[in-house]
Structures are given as structure tokens and as C-alpha cells.
Design a binder for this molecule. Structure first.
Ligand SMILES: [Mg+2]
Length: 345
């Protein structure tokens, strides 16, 4: 199997702010695998929070080129199984490879990736649209620039959190979810949960830092007026059992766990333990988003608007228009790059 890599630096349509800071562009690595004339794509973003830069991801990918070259890909998860231990220190690189391998394998089988993953499409949940951290008037303005979604996920983490949601509620009856990205204390979370519940918020994502003591997560889970969903606290399969004690649900992302192979396992285990399930994204192109949407059959909540935050999506694939996920009529994950000329190894 032939491995090629392309680094993208994609400007955002508008600055994107969470409690940890603002970005105006996003660097990602695109992986292209080719076997017997069939091509599969994967993508992963860089992330300061998780400690993976484009340069380190590319170095990890190059370090396993020989293993990739000799892989016969007899199943969608074969490459993941062969590289899981070698790339245990760079699950971001592993994620991009696993995504591309599943894309290629399902294309070879003439099926959609969710089919080769053994899933049934059913009627999957719609995606939310994410609103950056801001003042009440800034958040309302962002909402007005992106009307018509049934669900908005609002990034919080300032002294004006409640005013922001109250102002937004004055303009929409849409479902509102909030994400504090680790910015709140336990007492603050419980207090805010009461007011947010009265404003019709559906749940709170990751209020406490991931390294807060388990006793604090547990107290928040018991005292909060709203369900609490783990994001930064839920990265890899080993986290699921612990999260079942500390949260009401989990937000799984391909880059955090190492790809579609572990994500399916995590979602199935989460459901068996009574956790609500969600898949989220980073700012990434329709390559990454199309791969993540293959997991929709396993979800209660979907947050896959990442490609829409880009000024110009370098790929086409699954679309997420006002929350409605539509799949292209082609095998694989559905994502295809607009420009194929920039790959190197
Ligand atoms: Mg989050």
C-alpha cells in the first residue's frame, strides 16, 4: 500500500474562539493511501491542547511507512491493528491512517464505510452549529449570521455565560447545548446548571478540567440540573468505563482515540454502560468530517460542523446543511480532495 501526505493550512471563515483561545486558521495533515488503484483518504488536525503539531504527525506517519507499504488491508481495521502499539504515542497520526484505511477498504468492497463497519444507517441525529465564546451581543450576531439550525452548541467560559444564553434565547427557540471546555469549577457548574436548565439548555459539555479530581466530577454529575457530557475527559477506550461513573455521556473524536476502529468500540461500550453518545470534530475539512459521519448510527448527539467553519473547504464529501447530514452517492467515507496534486512522502 502506498502512503502519501499533504499538509493543509486552511483559513477559517471567521475567527473561532473557545475558553482556551482563538484560531483564525487550521493546519491539518491529509493522508492518501493507494492499493491496487483504489485510493483512501484520512485527515487529522494539529492541536496544542493534545500536544500534536503537523510536524510531529508527519514524522510519525513517515516512521511507519514500511509497515504501511507491506500491509495487504484484508480488513478495514487491519492497519490499525498492525500499528496500534507502534503509534500509541501519536493517536492523531494513527487516526488519519485508520480513517484512510477504512475509506480504501470500503471503496474496494463497493460499500459505504458505515456498511463495512457493520452499522445500519437508520435515522441519525442532526448536527449542531457551534457558536464561539463571546459577549452576549457577539454571540447573538454570530447566531444571526448562521440562522436556521435546529441545534446550537455555544462555547462558554466567561463571566457573562448566563447573559450569553439568555440573550440567545431571546432570539431563538432552537435547542441549545453549551461547552465550557474545562473552564468552570465544580460549584460554578452546579450553580450555572440550574439557570441554564431554566433557559432550556439540553446539556453541558466538559465543565471541569479533565484532571479535576474524580470526586469533583462525581459531585457535579450528582448535583447538576443538566446532563454532563465528557469531552476532554474521554479520549481512548480505557476512559469509557471511568466516564460511566463520572458523566452522563461522552463526546468521542477520531483524533483523540486513534480512528474509526477504536471509536466504534468506544461508542458500543458507552451505549452498553448507559452513557449517551456523541461524536464531535475539530476544525477540519470534509475528509475528516465525512469519516466521522460514518459513526452516526451509533449516536444520540452529533457535532460535525467543522468543515463549515473553513473559509474554503479543500474537500467535498458528506454535507451538513443546517444540521442535516447528507451522504454523497459513492463508496467509502465520501470525502474527496478538490486538488490531488500536492501529495509528497
Ligand atoms: Mg467539547
Amino acid at each position: 500500500m502506498k502512503l502519501e501526505i499533504q499538509v493543509l493550512d486552511s483559513p477559517l471563515a471567521r475567527p473561532f474562539t473557545i475558553s482556551r483561545g482563538t484560531i483564525t486558521s487550521q493546519r491539518t495533515v491529509i493522508v492518501r493511501l493507494e492499493l491496487l488503484g483504489v485510493v483512501g483518504y484520512g485527515e487529522v488536525n494539529e492541536s496544542d491542547y493534545y500536544g500534536h503539531k503537523v510536524e510531529s504527525i508527519v514524522a510519525s506517519l513517515k516512521s511507519v511507512n514500511r509497515e504501511v507499504e507491506s500491509c495487504s488491508l484484508a480488513s478495514g481495521d487491519q492497519l490499525w491493528k498492525e500499528l496500534n502499539e507502534t503509534l500509541a504515542g501519536d493517536l492523531f497520526a494513527l487516526s488519519a491512517l485508520d480513517m484512510a484505511a477504512h475509506d480504501l477498504f470500503s471503496k474496494s468492497a463497493g460499500q459505504c464505510c458505515w456498511e463495512t463497519l457493520g452499522l445500519s444507517w437508520g435515522s441519525p441525529p442532526p448536527s449542531s452549529w457551534t457558536l464561539s465564546v463571546g459577549t452576549p451581543s457577539q454571540v447573538v450576531r454570530e447566531f444571526q449570521l448562521n440562522p436556521g439550525w435546529g441545534i446550537y452548541k455555544v462555547k462558554l467560559g466567561t463571566s457573562q455565560d448566563l447573559e450569553v444564553i439568555a440573550a440567545l434565547r431571546g432570539h431563538t427557540d432552537a435547542l441549545i447545548r453549551v461547552d465550557a471546555n474545562c473552564a468552570w469549577s465544580s460549584r460554578e457548574t452546579v450553580e450555572k446548571s440550574e439557570a441554564l436548565s431554566q433557559l432550556g439548555v439540553e446539556f453541558i459539555e466538559q465543565p471541569l478540567p479533565a484532571n479535576a479530581p474524580p470526586s469533583e466530577h462525581k459531585w457535579v454529575r450528582e448535583e447538576s440540573a443538566l446532563p454532563i457530557i465528557a469531552d476532554e475527559s474521554c479520549c481512548v477506550p480505557a476512559d469509557i468505563e471511568r466516564c460511566a461513573e463520572l458523566f452522563h455521556g461522552v463526546n468521542i473524536k477520531l483524533c483523540k482515540c486513534g480512528g474509526l476502529t477504536p471509536a466504534v468500540q468506544m461508542l458500543q461500550e458507552a451505549r452498553s454502560l448507559g452513557l449517551r453518545t456523541m461524536v464531535g470534530c475539530m476544525v477540519e475539512s470534509s475528509i475528516g468530517i465525512s469519516a466521522a459521519t460514518q459513526l452516526l448510527p451509533l449516536l444520540d448527539y452529533c457535532d460535525l460542523d467543522g468543515a463549515l467553519l473553513l473559509a474554503s473547504d479543500p474537500a467535498v464529501g458528506v454535507t451538513v446543511e443546517q444540521g442535516v447530514v447528507s451522504r454523497p452517492r459513492r463508496a467509502g467515507c465520501g470525502g474527496v480532495l478538490r486538488d490531488e496534486t500536492c501529495f509528497t512522502m
